[in-house]
Ligand binder design. Structure first.
Ligand code: ZN
Length: 348
């Protein structure tokens, strides 16, 4: 799999970037791919070749805005655990996983170097634990409940606070008509949330790897349609953050061979993860209190266990349980078999 990492290079390449633009313009105008033709411009031939390849052959391209310095694999060295690009005398720290196969190429812009890296893609392992993930919840950005061990990871507590803080700042800037500042504040918030998303998705995936866990997510693709998502959206951060988190989870899972499963979201917030009783009134904002067995649990943790359970038992089981609790006032069979609290461990 190919992943791209961005690093601030802390060097001034203004001159080289200007020359690169000239080369690209030349390529676009003449469709030449011979670096000899642009030797007079004075950019390193290795970079020139890459730019000509990109711009001369692209028939759709009409205008050129910014051209990056593209360094191919053969122009990149690894020296003492660092990346070194001889033709630019540029050294870059590697902050990402060093277990890659090779670096495909590096693109250098004004501020950042984008490093495209190739990793071996491991086969997914067979999960020994099932971890249900409730996302964009009442309080945390991600709550992961391990159905097999009962362990709960609550991550991204700061997200809601940050979102509210910036919402407030944005509103006041908008009122004052400071649009430029508003734009930069939006960027700053995005940047902060992105960093948090990176941190918490890595944490979750590494935890999954540690316990050989399969990760179960809710399928909230048709986000506007279900009652569950309406509840979710009330508390949710912006949906870009939600999807960004999902993208990160999926590619990181792929990288470590963590299997990911989806279940439909119905009743995951109304069901008691202890006795299986489903009732709307069970759910009270941040707290879950079962009307049947009395189990009290954080609502997101309860939902997380249900998400994991739903995967493990198969989706149809949920509807059966619901019918039992709706049409029959007797204790559901399940509750007779399992004492509250033992429920999770008895499943395996
Ligand atoms: Zn219950």
């Amino acid at each position: 799999m190919i992943l791209t990492y961005k690093i601030k290079h802390n060097k001034n390449f203004e001159r080289e970037l200007e020359l690169a633009k000239k080369v690209a313009e030349f390529g676009l105008a003449t469709r030449s791919i011979t670096s000899k033709d642009v030797k007079h411009i004075g950019l390193k031939s290795m970079i020139t070749n890459q730019i000509l390849k990109k711009y001369s052959k692209n028939k759709k391209l009409k205008n050129i805005n910014s051209v990056k310095l593209t360094i191919p694999n053969q122009g990149i060295k690894l020296i003492q655990g660092k990346i070194y690009i001889p033709c630019l005398k540029l050294s870059l720290e590697i902050w990402f996983d060093k277990g890659f196969q090779k670096i495909n190429q590096i693109e250098i812009g004004k501020e950042f170097a984008s490093i495209s890296v190739n990793y071996n893609e491991p086969k997914n392992y067979i999960p020994e634990n099932i971890i249900g993930v409730d996302r964009n919840t009442t309080k945390h950005s991600l709550v992961a409940s391990n159905l097999s061990t009962g362990k709960v990871l609550k991550l991204g507590k700061e997200c809601n606070h940050i979102h509210n803080k910036y919402k407030h700042i944005r509103k006041s800037l908008q009122e004052k008509g400071k649009l430029k500042k508003l734009k930069s504040i939006k960027q700053r918030e995005k940047h902060i949330i992105k960093n948090i998303n990176h941190k918490i998705t890595t944490k979750l995936i590494l935890e999954a790897v540690k316990v050989k866990g399969g990760v179960v997510l809710e399928n909230l693709k048709d986000i506007r349609q279900t009652a569950k998502t309406r509840r979710k959206q009330r508390y949710s951060l912006n949906s870009w953050s939600y999807y960004q988190q999902e993208r990160m989870l999926i590619y990181k899972a792929k990288k470590y061979g963590v299997p990911v499963f989806y279940v439909e979201p119905e009743y995951t917030s109304q069901r008691c993860s202890c006795c299986g009783h489903i009732e709307k009134a069970n759910r009270k904002q941040k707290l879950f209190q079962c009307r049947k067995c009395g189990e009290v649990e954080n609502a997101d943790v309860n939902a997380g266990f249900n998400i994991a359970y739903k995967y493990q038992k198969g989706i149809s089981q949920f509807d059966i349980e619901r019918d039992i609790s709706k049409g029959n006032t007797d204790t559901p069979k399940e509750a007779l078999l399992m004492k509250p609290g033992n429920f999770r461990t008895q499943l395996l």
